[in-house]
Design a protein around this ligand. Structure first.
Ligand code: C2E
Ligand code: MG
Ligand code: MG
Length: 567
């Protein structure tokens, strides 16, 4: 605070610091001895003070510093006074600097953040274009970092990220000893995009091999164990690499390519690096298209069930059908399940689709019943994800009730791997199946696990010998041995044995001789839509009825040869 004639009246502690003297020492002193404003000229300057709003310089001893000055008139009773606001330019500068640091750097690791990374990448791409020297962009994602965070807590997670950041910094220091950098300025930018995702921009490299060398060095560096508190931790990372201008893309495209390559590394088993390639792009785009198409397939009624019959190997009697899912994809035709079941499982879409399969299968049984067909049995395939869903049993119950189907007619096909998990959920689900009276079959038997103890633990009705064993019968002696053993195993445990993928009469004959109960395969019929199956059944039912009648009259039970079955 100053008087109208420029003497200091009072000041706050910040001002004493700025001017370097106590309040007492400053009171009564001429302000002009401390504050100077060379540019303050002319009409705008306050007369007694010789100052005006704007920049000024404050002297403290021999040191001068720039301040922003703001004057404000205070009219006291008898005389006018001036309030001077002096804002230290440097501290404003520091604030700006701090702000810019916050917006550009990650607070945990101190590395450039996503926004600065994009900035640097844009500049690097421009430089690569000018110089013709390619750059490599790497995205590094830690493997199973979420597990560390979830099991050891976020504090440990943060320590791991800090450790990784310094490991990466070390790996990239003297990177020119690894790669043949031509112009070392600025060759490398390491950034932390957030979470467990880091990026490296490697400029002016000669070839992709240079980037691969650095990637290998990073992966090795990450694998060195370290301690956080009492925990010894080892991290591994998956790296995706894209190159510019080799990949002709814009900034977002380059980042996307590196991300895709990183996902390929993850799917290759983690702890590795991959380069982006057009093949990869094509595979990923195809997968995304598939996923997108599947999302609407239920509501657009594009799913369909095909039915493949099974027959008794001795009597030739058709015992039931297996429901097999098909997707009638617009523009692609009928897509087989091997191409899309995996996607449905990964995305969780298998739950609604699986429920649709069960409802539709039950509805179809009801429809055939109304048409007067004999009561067929229906098998449906279940994937692990469905099996672990809480409401599975009640959903099946509802579907059966709605279409007045006896539970005995529905058979659930499960895979061996699913039954290997002997946990409470598995046991409970199988128990509720048994309570409801559903049948349970093991699909693709023999391809899963070597342990067979689960056969003892759970009540299983049917074993389906996998097609891979059946296909080389009767010539391959090993497969004959395996098939013989599986049939013996099934019989000794009172299970029905069904052979899958029977294509030739010779296979059927051998299987019958070995005591296999039923067969399914192209020899009998291919999977077909419901209407075709009803038609296919007509001549079969007639032969069956005739046979029963004539054998019945003759009083003999003679196994029927399958020679006359259509193939
Ligand atoms: P799966 O349950 O083992 O079904 C038998 C597969 O073998 C079917 O293939 C069938 O068309 C084929 N097949 C039958 N007989 C022969 C033969 O004589 N020779 C040859 N080469 N193949 C034969 P599809 O329909 O392509 O189904 C493949 C797999 O997809 C099924 O194997 C099953 O694991 C799965 N799947 C099908 N529908 C569903 C479904 O609704 N839900 C679930 N979770 N999986 C399903
Ligand atoms: Mg099956
Ligand atoms: Mg199978």
């Amino acid at each position: 605070m100053c008087s109208d004639d420029g003497l200091i009246v009072d000041c706050n502690p910040q001002a004493t610091k700025l001017l370097g003297a106590s309040v007492q020492a400053l009171r009564g002193q001429a302000l002009a001895g401390f504050v100077r404003q060379p540019a303050a000229a002319g009409a705008s300057a306050v007369v007694g003070l010789g100052l005006c709003d704007g920049q000024a310089r404050v002297r403290r001893g021999a040191v001068e510093r720039a301040v922003d000055l703001h004057l404000h008139a205070v009219d006291a009773a008898e005389d006018r006074r001036w309030m001077l606001h002096l804002r230290n330019k440097r501290s404003q500068g520091q604030a700006e600097e701090k702000l810019s640091h916050l917006t550009n750097f990650d607070s945990l690791t101190g590395l450039p953040n996503r926004s600065l990374f994009r900035d640097r990448l844009g500049q690097a791409m421009a430089r690569a274009e000018r110089s013709g020297q390619p750059l490599a962009l790497m995205i590094i994602d830690l493997d199973r970092f979420k597990l560390v965070n979830d099991s050891l807590g976020h504090e440990v997670g943060d320590s791991v990220l800090k450790h990784v950041s310094s490991t990466l910094t070390q790996c990239l220091r003297n990177v020119d000893s690894v790669v043949r950098l031509v112009d070392a300025s600025p060759p490398v930018t390491l950034s932390h995009l957030g979470g467990d995702e880091f990026t490296v921009i490697l400029e002016a490299i000669e070839s992709a091999e240079d980037a691969a060398l650095v990637a290998r060095r990073i992966l090795e560096g990450l694998l060195v164990p370290f301690r956080v508190g009492k925990e010894e931790i080892v991290v591994s990372g998956s790296i995706g690499i894209s190159m510019y201008p080799t990949d002709e893309v814009d900034l977002d495209g380059l980042v996307r390519h590196a991300g895709l390559a990183m996902y390929r590394s993850k799917s290759l088993g983690r702890g590795t690096y991959s380069f982006f390639s057009d093949d990869l792009n094509a595979a990923v785009s195809a997968r995304l298209r598939l996923e997108g198409g599947l999302r609407h397939a239920i509501e657009r009624n594009e799913f369909q069930l095909y039915f493949q019959p099974k027959a008794n190997l001795c009597t030739g009697e058709v015992t039931g059908v297996e429901a097999l899912l098909r997707w009638d994809c617009p523009g692609e035709g009928v897509v087989p399940p091997d191409r899309f079941i995996g996607v449905l499982e990964d995305t969780g879409m298998i739950l609604p689709v699986g429920a649709w399969v069960i409802r539709t299968a039950c509805a179809q049984l009801g429809e055939w019943d109304r048409q007067g067909l004999p009561p067929l049995r229906m098998a449906v395939n279940l994937s692990a994800r469905q099996f672990h869903h809480l409401h599975l049993a009640s959903m099946i119950e509802d579907s059966l009730r709605e279409h007045a189907i006896d539970a005995q007619r529905l058979e659930i096909e499960l895979t061996e791997s699913l039954l290997m998990e002997d946990n409470e959920a598995t046991r409970n689900m199988l128990e509720s199946f048994a309570r409801m009276g559903l049948k349970v079959a093991i699909d693709d038997f023999g391809t899963g696990h070597s342990s067979l103890t689960y056969l003892k633990r759970f009540s299983i009705d049917t074993l389906k010998i996998d097609r891979s064993f059946v296909s080389s019968l009767p010539s391959d002696s090993e497969d004959v041995a395996i098939t013989t053993a599986v049939i013996a195993l099934g019989r000794s445990m009172q299970m029905k044995v069904v052979a899958e993928g029977v294509e030739t009469q010779a296979q059927a004959d051998l299987l019958r001789k070995l005591g296999c109960d039923e067969m399914q395969g192209y020899l009998l019929a291919r999977p077909m839509p419901a209407a075709d199956l009803a038609q296919w059944l007509v001549p079969h039912l007639r032969t069956q009825a005739n046979r029963r009648r004539s054998y019945g009259r003759a009083g003999i039970e003679r196994p029927m040869s399958l020679e006359k079955l259509p193939s």
